[in-house]
Design a protein around this ligand. Structure first.
Ligand code: ACO
Length: 487
């Protein structure tokens, strides 16, 4: 029964038996909420210590969530840390001693914290995105992709010497294994370029068997460098194969974005003339897409990587997740949607079909942002610069009309649906001359560093466990086999 004494013994009794740990109150919880202030790393170390010393069942200051189970009348004290309760604490809640215990039900993992991460902070209500504490607006304005990649991976902006070394490592690793070149050449040229990328990323793992040693930080570092070097090459090889062209040699003396454009658009005899403004726009787009905490594809990388498979298989799974139209595939879907709308006059009718549930307004809405996606704002500005060079695109006017009408419409306003990163990015890639099917490939090249940072962070965490959720079973109870002639 819910006696005060039960509560007390539950509060200080079961906690010490549970296989979870009170963890440091480090930083804040991401994805739309920022409990506490943005502590400096030094301050966080301090709060970690004090939280660790509070890591005990005996601490009467431990905040708790008091819950009463109406089935039994028993009360429980669930420890609160960083605005979360440990899911395993629920398992103490039972009707009978031999019950499995209570679970939490969370389809889509919308309210489940899967781990601790210091890579990326998002406040979805306020429209804030920071990598390692630096606002995305400032990174896109001042940084280069490789500089930001280093930051995402290592937590600090690189010194000049660190950046030189990083660039040199990537240059040295820019050698495509011959087997992979042959593999791409053997693929159906009509295959979606994301499928080509998924296949070739997984196949790369077979070329570097030492990558299976995922517990060695130095081996992990080598694979991170290789994947950053080779992913744009895989993307370019796939693109050219679809165009009926062979690969072109990389020019590592160019910037990461410049070399990528060169490998995509150059030909054997002459270099592609890439206007510097387009190179800079691509560099900024790569930065904007580099990382986004526990999104669907990063979660796929983590889930697959938690089995300790090599990182090539893990990022191939990430690429597969990104391919879907509700995730990275949305930029392709936006362009296809804009193709369907003939003129601005058709915008109201199109939005009505979205509101009635016949379709979704692609490039709108986000699991985390309930405000303008900060990346969408920057991309809107980039688009203007690109169109100055590439010429006006009538689809831009339709996109702007869609945006304006939608954000004033109560359906979208009440559900807090705003343009996301994909609403305008496709228009820029299209202005650069790429087919919609290539858009998600650019996203994957950019996001590779975020996936790798999460994978490395997870592999460095001794508390990492294989990802294995639970289910509510809705099938039959045990049944007897029915002979074939009696079915
Ligand atoms: N168009 C119309 N209605 C929408 C849209 C949309 N784009 N997005 C959400 N809604 C509506 C839903 O129908 C639902 O309405 P209801 O409450 O009346 O049932 C409500 O808004 C909440 O939607 P959910 O599906 O619960 O939101 P969720 O967080 O699960 O989905 C998602 C987020 C997948 C991004 C969704 O907004 C969507 O499908 N957007 C279009 C696809 C897109 O642009 N994806 C790219 C996301 S950014 C990225 O991955 C890089």
């Amino acid at each position: 029964m819910a006696e005060a004494e039960d509560l007390k013994s539950s509060q200080y009794g079961f906690e010490s038996r549970l296989p979870y740990h009170f963890q440091p109150l480090c930083a804040r919880r991401n994805s739309g909420r920022m409990p506490g202030s943005q502590a400096e790393p030094r301050a966080m170390e301090k709060s970690q210590k004090s939280a660790n010393s509070a890591d005990s069942a005996q601490n009467p200051d431990q905040p708790i969530l008091q819950a009463t189970d109406s089935r039994t009348g028993r009360s429980y004290a669930l420890p609160i840390s960083d605005d979360t309760i440990p899911a395993l604490a629920l398992r103490e809640i039972k009707v009978h001693e031999d019950d499995f215990g209570m679970l939490s039900f969370d389809p889509g993992l919308t309210n489940t914290v899967i781990g601790r991460s210091s890579i990326c902070f998002i406040d979805g209500e306020k429209g804030i995105l920071n990598y390692r504490g630096y606002p995305i607006e400032s990174l896109a304005e001042h940084g280069t992709y490789l500089e930001i990649a280093w930051l995402v991976l290592h937590g600090e902006l690189p010194t000049a010497a660190e950046l030189d070394l990083f660039e040199a490592e990537i240059r040295a690793a820019s050698v495509m294994p011959e087997n992979i070149e042959k593999l791409i050449a053997a693929l159906n040229p009509n295959m979606h370029p994301m499928s080509m990328l998924e296949v070739s990323l997984a196949a790369l793992g077979g070329e570097f068997p030492e990558a299976d040693d995922v517990h060695d930080p130095e081996v992990r570092h080598q694979q991170i460098i290789r994947l950053l070097a080779l992913t744009p090459m895989l993307a370019a090889y796939g693109h050219r194969h679809r165009q009926g062209m062979g690969p072109i040699e990389s020019k590592p003396e160019l910037s990461y974005a410049g070399n990528f454009l060169h490998m995509l658009l150059g030909n054997q005899d002459r270099e592609a003339a890439i206007p510097p403004a387009l190179e800079r726009a691509l560099d900024a787009l790569l930065i904007l897409h580099a990382e986004h905490e526990q999104n669907c594809s990063a979660n796929a990388v983590r889930a697959v990587g938690s089995s300790h498979v090599n990182p090539y298989s893990a990022v191939a799974a990430g690429a597969a997740a990104l391919h879907g139209p509700l995730h990275g595939g949305a930029n392709q879907a936006v362009l296809e949607m804009l193709e369907e709308i003939n003129s601005i006059d058709d915008v109201p009718a199109f939005l009505e079909s979205c509101k009635s549930g016949q379709r979704r307004l692609m490039g709108f809405g986000h699991r985390v942002y309930k405000n303008y996606d900060p990346r969408a704002k920057i991309i809107g500005q980039l688009a203007a610069g690109v169109f100055e060079i590439a010429g006006e695109n009538p689809k831009l006017n339709i996109a702007q009309a869609l945006e304006q009408t939608a954000i004033e419409d109560p359906y979208f306003r009440d559900r807090k649906l705003f343009p996301n990163v994909d609403f305008y990015s496709g228009l820029i890639y299209s202005a650069m001359g790429f087919q919609p099917s290539m858009f998600t490939v650019f996203f994957a090249v950019a996001r590779m560093v975020g996936w790798l940072a999460h994978w490395d962070e997870m592999m460095s965490d001794p508390k990492n466990r294989i990802v294995r959720p639970r289910q509510i079973y809705t099938g039959y109870d045990r049944r007897e086999w029915i002979p074939r002639n009696q079915r």
